[in-house]
Design a protein around this ligand. Structure first.
Ligand code: ARG
Ligand code: ZN
Ligand code: CA
Length: 256
């Protein structure tokens, strides 16, 4: 079986105050969550129901901190930029540009850029897609949603680093598991995820069905749903194959 792929990551911390300038420990805990979830080494893989286990996948993708910056100099893989801006907007993408109080992307052909900042509007994070223009390519995470407890001291429902796992899924081309509409005719274009009507809130108590997807129902344990961090625990084989296909086509340069 082929070796896993490793993606170099740069975390850009853009902070207005000391609280937003999160610890290295918190950032490293996010990296560890990505490495566990994309290799199905997450401790809570044991919580995947038996009926979904045949679909659960090791996506064979790993992440490391960048060690060389775009100028060829050594880097920790973490940049820290102090800003006068107190909040950043998902709509304007302002954290991605030094001209609007953020910091510019590193070459997307070599790095996965993950910006960390104080996002407005109750947003935990967002991502570009493989089709997005280069200077906007990457993931943005609210500083409160980065990494896992205890290194993440901020949130209770979103403190296991699954916002990062979810957003990197988008970055590798995945759609929300319910297909973004609120009907049964739209889809995530992945065959082995159950057709699902809409997003899941919180953690359901057992099987929850929609779109005639019984007996096992919605896969609210999937990282591409909107459930709380502690009830998410899998990517499927179809999602893993899709992400690998993106890595061998649109995003192939990052592997060199
Ligand atoms: N709302 C965000 C998005 O659609 C993130 C959802 C993350 N969910 C979580 N349980 N951490 O990209
Ligand atoms: Zn999403
Ligand atoms: Ca599906």
């Amino acid at each position: 079986r082929k070796a896993a792929i490793t993606i170099p990551v740069v975390f850009h911390v853009v902070y207005n105050n000391g609280i937003e300038n999160i610890s290295e420990e918190q950032i490293l805990s996010q990296l560890a969550v990505l490495n566990a979830d994309f290799r199905r080494k997450n401790a809570d893989a044991a919580n995947t129901p038996a009926y979904f286990l045949p679909y659960a996948a090791d996506a064979e993708i790993e992440f490391c901190l960048a060690v060389v910056d775009p100028d060829g100099n050594p880097t920790t893989g973490i940049t820290r930029t102090r800003t006068d801006r107190t909040q950043f907007s998902y709509i304007s993408d302002n954290v991605k540009f030094s001209s609007t109080g953020g910091t510019d992307a590193w070459d997307r052909n070599q790095y996965l850029n993950i910006w960390i900042c104080n996002l407005d509007g109750q947003i935990l994070g967002y991502s570009s897609t493989p089709e997005t223009e280069a200077r906007r390519d990457g993931v943005v995470l609210h500083y409160r949603a980065v990494g896992a407890y205890p290194a993440n001291p901020f949130s209770s429902k979103y403190n296991l680093g699954r916002t990062g796992t979810h957003e990197v899924g988008h970055w590798l081309g995945l759609k929300h598991i319910w297909g973004n509409g609120t009907t049964c005719t739209d889809s995530d274009d992945i065959d082995d995820t159950p057709n699902q009507e809409g997003e899941t809130q919180g953690c359901p108590d057992g099987i929850s069905t929609s779109c005639d997807n019984g007996p096992y129902g919605n896969m609210w344990q999937n990282y591409m749903d909107y459930s709380y961090d502690n009830c998410m625990n899998l990517y499927t084989k179809g999602q893993a194959a899709y992400m690998q296909a993106v890595l061998s086509t649109t995003r192939s340069t990052i592997l060199n």
